[in-house]
Design a binder for this molecule. Structure first.
Ligand code: HEM
Length: 474
């Protein structure tokens, strides 16, 4: 590889790598986005690294990301292969959406997921009403804490996950339902399984997979989720009425029937499980982590919280539940929502991409098949674009007259072909859950407890450290 890199003209510069490990020791994997931003100061916004034998290019800064994500969207639309996933049944045209290679299978699953979410209410009143109802349940649970300190994590995950459950399974669950809690726990654990060191190592050096017993037990949680989802699909099939689609699973089963004669189809029962897993995995943790940041920032900034209260009281009042149409009149609240997404920055680095063909960025040559990482942190905290990048400052999204303003550099959902397909759903959830909670409660740090820290913990997303909160009904 070193030899090949040397023969590529205009390949992006990068730090010297050592044999076998490459640049692994130069990156702090507990906060890779910070390491990348520091390296970009030395090597520029387009620089290269080597992870073991894998050539990787890291892109930083709004101008560079815009060129790669939007202008050359297709050149960067592939995802690198993960050899270990073959052992989970993942193969060509049966890879779900998130990690699917760029091609027919990905296109079909993505289009189908987007259009089916729309058919089941996204962009219509029905899904909005479902979220408003769920936000009401969440408020009741918070109220039942009686003003005592608690950790919001579990309840927020249940509420957010219930929105996806309604779309995919056609029903919601009580927050103490054992099967539901087990599934949520398994989703959490399987994320950790997939990001674990051994999984990364086996993907980097697939020949190690041949060592007897090395992958035994590695995917226990994943296997248990698949078993559970297979049971749910079997229940759907048993009660299936083709004349009436209840949910995503029914729609998918219908698609399997329609495409049966096509040997290349990506609509299979196993891919139904993978795509469902993706919607849960990508859709629950992200929105619920963002809401946990939101409440943390509210207790750390009581002055900002009071302004949100004041605006909600003025525009909506205390009796009527917030609806999406209110957003246009809630300038400050909307700015706060954008700011907790920017400042919380839950996805600092996008999922790995791979170049689909030889390409160029800012005059640098990047050959086909190179892994590419987008440093979203470098845009959302860019010191030349934001007035106070390292502070929680809703004014980033307000005009001098106090009106909400969009900012081009606000790209927490990424951009281009592989951008987040759940963005409209996530935005709806964040707005409705946040405004409903703020309408009902004043949040504060529990008495005699230290002020929670703003530090983040990086697994696959940046999440706040566990904290306790008191919710006082208003
Ligand atoms: C991908 C952010 C919520 C489904 C992504 C990506 C980001 C992201 C940065 C990577 C895009 C890339 O590679 O360039 C977020 C944030 C969310 C959120 C910040 C919430 C605040 C959701 C929800 C869903 C979802 C609610 C599902 C309903 C997906 C899927 C992909 C994805 C399926 C993969 C898209 C593809 O590869 O074609 N998201 N997301 N996300 N997201 Fe989200």
């Amino acid at each position: 590889f070193m030899k090949r890199r040397k023969t590529w003209n205009r390949y992006p510069p990068g730090p010297l790598s050592i044999p076998f490990l490459g640049n692994m020791l130069q990156v702090d994997f507990r906060q890779p986005h910070i390491s990348f931003s520091q390296l970009s100061k030395k090597y520029g916004n387009v620089f290269s690294l080597q992870f073991c034998w894998k050539n990787t290019v890291v892109l930083n800064g709004f101008k560079v990301l815009k060129e790669a994500l939007v202008v050359k969207s297709e050149d960067f639309a592939d995802r690198p292969p993960f050899p270990l996933f073959k052992h989970l049944g993942v193969n060509k045209n049966c890879e779900g959406v998130v990690l699917a290679r760029y091609g027919r299978g990905w296109r079909e699953q993505r289009r189908f997921s987007v259009s089916t979410m729309r058919n089941f209410g996204l962009g219509k009143k029905s899904l909005e009403e479902r979220i408003i109802e769920e936000a009401g349940f969440l408020c009741s649970v918070f109220e039942s804490k009686g003003g005592q300190p608690f950790d919001v994590h579990g309840d927020i995950s249940s509420a957010v996950s219930n929105v996806i459950c309604s779309l995919v399974f056609g029903n919601r669950f009580e927050y103490d339902d054992k099967r539901f809690l087990r599934l949520l726990h398994l989703f959490d654990e399987s994320m950790k399984e997939l990001s674990g060191f051994l999984v990364q190592l086996l993907n980097a050096i697939p020949s190690l997979i041949c060592i007897p017993g090395i992958i035994k037990g590695l995917f226990d949680c994943h296997d248990e989720i698949v078993k559970n989802l297979k049971e749910i699909v079997a229940e759907h099939k048993a009660s299936w009425d083709p004349a009436y689609q209840r949910d995503f699973i029914d729609a998918y089963l219908e698609e399997i029937e329609k495409t049966k004669g096509d040997p290349e189809t990506s609509f299979t029962e196993l891919n139904l499980i993978f795509t469902t897993l993706d919607l849960f995995g990508a859709g629950t943790e992200t929105s619920s982590t963002t809401l946990r940041w939101a409440l943390l920032f509210m207790i750390l900034h009581p002055d900002i919280q009071s302004k949100v209260h004041e605006e909600i009281d003025r525009v909506i009042g205390r009796d009527r539940r917030p609806v999406l149409d209110d957003q246009a009149h809630l300038h400050f609240t909307n700015a706060v929502i954008h700011e907790f997404q920017r400042y919380g920055n839950i996805v600092p680095i996008t999922l790995p991409r791979m170049t689909y063909r030889d390409t160029e960025i800012q005059g640098f040559f990047i050959p086909k098949g190179t892994s590419v990482l987008y440093n979203l942190y470098s845009v959302l905290k860019d010191e030349t674009l934001w007035e106070k990048p390292h502070q929680f400052y809703p004014e980033h999204f307000l005009s001098p007259e106090g009106k909400f303003v969009k900012r081009d550099a606000f790209i927490p959902f990424s951009a281009g072909r592989r951008m987040c397909l759940g963005e409209p759903l996530a935005r709806l959830e964040l707005f409705l859950f946040f405004t409903t909670l703020m309408q009902h409660f004043t949040f504060h740090v529990p008495e005699n407890q230290p002020r929670p820290r703003e530090d983040a913990c990086f697994t696959q997303t940046l999440s706040p450290l566990p904290y306790q909160i008191c919710a006082k009904p208003r």
